[in-house]
Design a protein around this ligand. Structure first.
Ligand code: GLU
Length: 296
């Protein structure tokens, strides 16, 4: 029944069936040209989150909606990007097809609360693993290593070189993010404007309200690519931002399952394919070596 429904949904969406393999179930190419193998006849121990989600046939995922390359809602209303592909890979391993994922927009500041109050089953949203966050939620991964950088107007008119420039410029970042916290902690006198989402910071840079936007290099690279040559990256990353998949605290079985799934995706090349189809395509970069997952 699942196969029929899946095939019908694919046909309705105009998606090409790339082939079938008896082990991995339906293999389909999605709109981004990416391939996910949706498992059939999955079995999980009763009472686990995996069993509950597989039984429900759906999963609710928090991701960004305004970050090109990682999570950006396109004209069809569906999010696209590397984070979105990571979520599809995990869902597929639960027997859940991409079109059965329920996407919820999470911004930087609401990710922990959304996990804590059960509004989402997991968060894949350029989400840095750190100890403060690990006190209230848990992380699988990391599945990518970013670093904080700075984006300025093309030509870098103020000659911004790195974090040492923060005291002299007007900078924008986002509430509840590690880059905002970095500036507040290390440059308490910096002129920092905080918005809810990075697209608002890009707008503020465009209209001259700020001189710079600071967050992870990969987020900024996506915004530069979208800027028609108006913005550029300083290109001097100064922090480590390992991206994890956020889940409710204490669900060790679900965390181990996602970690296993990530390692399989590293091994099979699905992870690298996801990079090539999303962030890699936007920034014209090869997939890096995937980071080792941290089974803390
Ligand atoms: N990775 C950083 C964080 O988790 C910045 C990106 C973001 O705000 O999503 O806070």
């Amino acid at each position: 029944m699942r196969i029929t429904r899946y095939a019908a949904a694919l046909a309705a969406a105009g998606v090409v069936l790339a082939g079938c393999s008896s082990e991995a179930g339906d293999q389909a190419e999605d709109a981004a040209g990416n391939t996910v193998d949706v498992q059939e006849d999955v079995e999980f121990e009763a009472g686990t989150t995996m069993a509950e989600l597989a039984e429900a046939g759906t999963i609710t995922v928090g991701t960004k909606f305004d970050q090109p390359g990682f999570g950006l809602v396109g004209p069809d209303g569906e999010p696209e990007g590397f984070d979105v592909e990571m979520a599809k890979i995990v869902a597929a391993e639960l027997g859940i097809a991409p079109e059965d994922i329920e996407w919820v927009e999470t911004v930087s500041a609401n990710r922990e609360p959304f996990l804590q109050n059960g509004q989402v089953d997991m968060v894949v949203a350029t989400y840095t693993i750190n100890d403060a966050r690990k006190e209230i939620i848990d992380f699988a991964g990391p599945y990518y290593e970013a670093g904080q950088d700075i984006m300025v107007a093309a030509g870098n008119p103020l000659g911004v070189t790195g974090p040492e420039s923060f005291p002299d410029i007007r900078t924008c970042s986002v509430n509840g993010s590690t880059p905002a916290q970095y500036v507040q902690t290390n440059y308490p006198d910096a002129q920092l404007t905080l918005f809810g989402e990075y697209s608002q910071c890009a707008e503020a840079l465009r209209n001259g309200q700020v001189d710079a936007v600071t967050t992870d290099n990969v987020i900024l690279t996506g915004l530069v690519a979208q800027s028609d040559g108006d913005f550029e990256l300083v290109g001097n990353a100064f922090t480590e931002e390992p991206y994890g998949i956020g889940i409710p605290k204490g669900d060790d079985e679900f965390r181990a399952f996602i970690n296993d799934t990530l390692e399989e995706a590293y091994e099979s090349g699905t992870w690298a394919d996801a990079w090539d189809a999303t962030a890699g395509a936007i920034t014209d970069t090869e997939a890096p070596e995937p980071p080792a997952v941290d089974r803390y």
